[in-house]
Every structure is written in structure tokens, then in C-alpha cells.
Ligand binder design. Structure first.
Ligand SMILES: Cc1cc2nc3c(=O)[nH]c(=O)nc-3n(C[C@H](O)[C@H](O)[C@H](O)COP(=O)(O)OP(=O)(O)OC[C@H]3O[C@@H](n4cnc5c(N)ncnc54)[C@H](O)[C@@H]3O)c2cc1C
Length: 416
């Protein structure tokens, strides 16, 4: 009887894992089980171009559905059927449909869901964004002149603030304790991005947090609608809709009870094998694995390139384990990311968030729209570079600098 590799999660990570399993020579069954009803789709447009004009759900889906590579042959899909439990010893999964499925190898690709602001208040009129339905729901509230409060100034919060402003909304961005995208970009470029957002009409409130939501009691039995936020400083910001962009939470609850370390994702080794298991790997946003290039301990990477990078390591390791053959030496992928805000692209390679020193290489980070580049160091080693509004050849130049900086001394892993 054919053996089965089950993949839990049918988004980019699930799709890339299926493709890489075939590339790694797995000719037996592959079953991808997805919580969403849609085939795998691309999420970055959900806060950018698609959010401006999504059209119907069918039209939106047509623009974001991921094309499957030719290697992805003979894959079985079970969509709209979340996995709700796993017995990793008995190698069985339980689906929300009540179905039980056995497997020989398992890929964890269940990604993230948005975190919520933890203060009480009605949910009506409050948005998060992760799915196509989320984007369509938010778009309906982004009417010209609508007052939109965006809570959280990470990448997604800043992108939504920009998109909503371009649609004619009046946007207030509540930054919280640090500036726009500061955790990743560092203080100076973050300050430049705040200037840039403010010049284009986004009201940025720094150093303030949400203390409470406000809402309207219209005396009916219908859902009460959120009407804004009260800030820790005491002021109130009225809103026709609120967008919560305060981070995300890994989808790992279905793995509970198996003795795994599920603190902030699924803990893996450098081959993306889930620690404490046999024949289980993780890919994409949910995987927490050693960042060998930056020289840090295990951490998650939430960028678009990561599902592909991790699937290329995890799939051959899983196939090797199942076939009792030697596990190939894993690569040490160079993380990369980008964001598009008011027409400028901020792009990075490496792990700037774990740097301890930043140097300006080109331009003025306080004027990101005019072109800038920054280098990020950990100790003496260059571990990342970020460019803003620079042409492709300059980005490639800085990418090469980071690639050439290599791995920390003593690292056993092959670079790519
Ligand atoms: C709005 C938005 C904009 C972004 N923009 C950028 C960008 O500009 N640049 C960039 O580098 N990155 C960006 N990203 C990040 C990038 O899209 C992610 O890194 C990527 O989607 C991760 O893919 P994944 O498959 O690991 O996880 P996900 O995309 O989260 O997919 C996980 C899938 O698993 C499913 N699932 C969850 N639980 C279960 C379960 N129990 N059983 C079965 N299925 C389950 C989910 O429904 C989902 O379909 C953006 C993300 C978002 C949300």
C-alpha cells in the first residue's frame, strides 16, 4: 500500500512543501488538508493592491491564486476541513469534519492568525487581515472620508494605513510603544517612515496604546458597533472602522497533547524536523528554527520567501527519514522581505531585527522616499541590509554584501 505524507495547511507553505516533496523524489501519496475553502493564494496583495479594488471574491481569488509548479503532480487536496487534533505517536489526524486520517509523514504548515487587541469591546466594526474574506470585509469599510483607526504600526498596519489613505479615508495610526516598523528597520529608518506617512496624510500617534474600545448602544438586539478607541493618555479617537494590526499567533493548538514545544510556533532543528517527533517537519510562518545566518537561537520568520526556503530544507529531510536514507546537509537561507507603502518599496535581506548596530550606507533614512540603504550588524558581522526606494541594481549590490558576509564562524551549515 502506498505510504502517505499529510500536509496540514493549504496555503503557500503547504503548496511549496508538496512541490518540494515531489522534487525530493517522493512518489507516493501527498494529501494537503486546508482549513480555508480556497486553493493556496498569495497574501501580500491583501493589504496593498487587492485591498484597493478587490472586486467579487471570485475576481479577487483569480488575481491571487498561486500557480502550482509543474513538479506539483498528483497531489490530493482536502479543503475547508481544519485539522483539530493530532496523535503523533499513532500517526493519526482528526479533522473538524469528524474524519480520522492516518499518515506516515507529516508537514506542519498551518501558519498564523492575527492577534487581537486585548481590551473588551464589540467586534463589529473591528477588522484584522489574514484571509481573502478579511480583505473584502475591510475594503467595504474603506469608503472615501471614512475615519479609520489602525492599531499597530508594523508592516501590515503601515500598508493598510497607506492603502486606506489612497482610497480617500482619514487615517489615524496608533503606533504603540515603538515607531512604524521599528522592530525590523531600526529607529532612524522608522522615524523616516513616520515622516513619510505623515507627509501623505496619515496621522501618526506615537507612544500611545489602546486602553478601551468605544461603542454605540443603539438599543436594538443587533450587534453593537465599535465607534473608536480610548487611548492610555485619556484621549478618544472616533472611527467608522478600526483595523487591528498587532501581530499574529501561530496555529498550533491542534498539535497539543504530544509533548512538543509549542511556545511561539513549532520548535524545529536546522532540518526543520519538529523536535521530539519522528517523521514530522514544519514549514513557513509556523516553524521556529535556528537562524544560523544571524547566529541566533530558534525564531520564526514571517516573510513571503520563508515558506519556499523552509520547504526546500524540510521536504528532503522528511523523505530521507521515511526512506531511511542520509539526510542532506541543509542550506542556511538568507531571509528576505519587502513592503510597498505609498508607491515606495522598502526591501530587506537578512535578519535586521536581531542586529545590535546599524550604519547608513547610502542616502538619508529620514527621507526614505529619496533612496536610502542601511547595514545591520551583529557584533562585527553584517547580518542584514535594508534599502528604501532604490533601483534593483542597488538592492542586488547590498544583497551580495550580506551574502558574502556568510555564516558565523563555526557554523556547520551550507549557505545558498
Ligand atoms: C496581509 C498580509 C500581507 C503580507 N505582505 C507581505 C509582504 O509584503 N512581504 C512579505 O515578505 N511577506 C508578506 N506577508 C507574509 C506572507 O504572506 C506569509 O509569510 C506567508 O503567507 C506564510 O505562508 P504560510 O503558508 O506559512 O502560512 P499562512 O499563509 O498563514 O497559511 C496557513 C494556512 O493553514 C491553514 N490552517 C490553519 N490552521 C489549520 C488547521 N488546524 N488545519 C488545516 N489548515 C489550517 C490556514 O487557514 C492557512 O490557509 C503578508 C501577510 C499578510 C497576511
Amino acid at each position: 500500500m502506498a505510504r502517505r505524507i499529510a500536509i496540514a495547511g493549504a496555503s503557500m507553505g503547504g503548496l511549496r512543501a508538496a512541490e518540494q516533496l515531489r522534487s525530493a523524489g517522493w512518489e507516493e501519496e501527498i494529501l494537503v488538508i486546508g482549513g480555508e475553502i480556497h486553493p493556496p493564494y498569495n497574501r501580500p496583495p491583501l493589504s496593498k493592491e487587492l485591498l484597493k479594488s478587490p472586486g467579487s471574491i471570485q475576481e479577487a481569488l483569480a488575481t491571487v491564486t498561486l500557480r502550482q509548479r509543474r513538479t506539483a503532480t498528483d497531489i490530493d487536496w482536502k479543503l475547508g476541513a481544519p485539522v483539530i487534533g493530532a496523535d503523533l505517536t499513532g500517526r493519526r489526524l482528526t479533522l473538524a469534519t469528524g474524519e480520522e486520517l492516518g499518515y506516515d509523514g507529516l508537514v506542519v504548515a498551518t501558519g498564523l492568525r492575527p492577534a487581537r487587541v486585548r481590551v473588551p469591546g464589540p467586534l463589529h466594526g473591528r477588522h484584522v487581515i489574514r484571509t481573502l474574506e478579511d480583505a473584502l470585509g475591510l475594503h467595504r469599510d474603506l469608503r472615501p472620508d471614512a475615519r479609520i483607526v489602525v492599531i499597530g504600526a508594523g508592516f501590515i498596519g503601515c500598508e493598510i494605513a497607506a492603502t486606506a489613505t489612497l482610497l480617500g479615508c482619514r487615517v489615524t495610526l496608533i503606533e504603540g510603544s515603538s515607531g512604524p516598523m521599528q522592530r525590523t528597520l531600526g529607529r532612524e529608518l522608522s522615524a523616516g517612515m513616520r515622516n513619510f506617512l505623515a507627509e501623505r496624510g496619515v496621522e501618526c500617534l506615537s507612544g500611545e496604546r489602546v486602553a478601551a474600545f468605544t461603542w454605540q448602544d443603539d438599543g436594538t438586539d443587533g450587534p453593537q458597533r465599535c465607534t473608536g478607541v480610548r487611548l492610555t493618555g485619556g484621549s478618544e479617537v472616533p472611527a467608522d472602522a478600526v483595523m487591528e494590526a498587532v501581530g499574529s499567533q501561530p496555529n498550533v493548538e491542534w498539535l497539543a497533547g504530544n509533548g512538543l514545544d509549542l511556545t511561539d510556533g513549532v520548535l524545529c532543528d536546522g532540518h526543520l524536523r519538529v523536535l521530539g517527533t519522528e517523521h514530522v517537519v514544519a514549514v513557513g510562518d509556523v516553524a521556529r528554527y535556528p537562524d544560523r545566518r544571524a547566529g541566533t537561537g530558534p525564531r520564526r520568520v514571517e516573510h513571503w520567501a520563508n515558506p519556499t526556503d523552509t520547504a526546500k530544507i524540510a521536504a528532503p529531510a522528511l523523505v530521507a527519514g521515511l526512506n531511511c536514507s542520509p539526510t542532506p546537509e541543509p542550506a542556511a537561507p538568507l531571509p528576505s522581505f519587502w513592503t510597498d507603502i505609498f508607491g515606495i518599496r522598502v526591501q530587506g535581506v537578512g535578519s535586521p531585527a536581531v542586529a545590535d548596530r546599524i550604519e547608513v550606507l547610502e542616502g538619508d533614512p529620514l527621507r526614505p522616499a529619496d533612496g536610502a540603504a542601511l547595514a545591520y550588524y551583529r557584533g562585527d558581522r553584517l547580518i542584514a541590509a535594508v534599502t528604501s526606494a532604490l533601483p534593483a541594481d542597488r538592492q542586488l549590490h547590498y544583497r551580495k554584501l550580506v551574502t558574502d558576509a556568510g555564516l558565523p564562524a563555526g557554523s556547520q551549515l551550507a549557505a545558498v
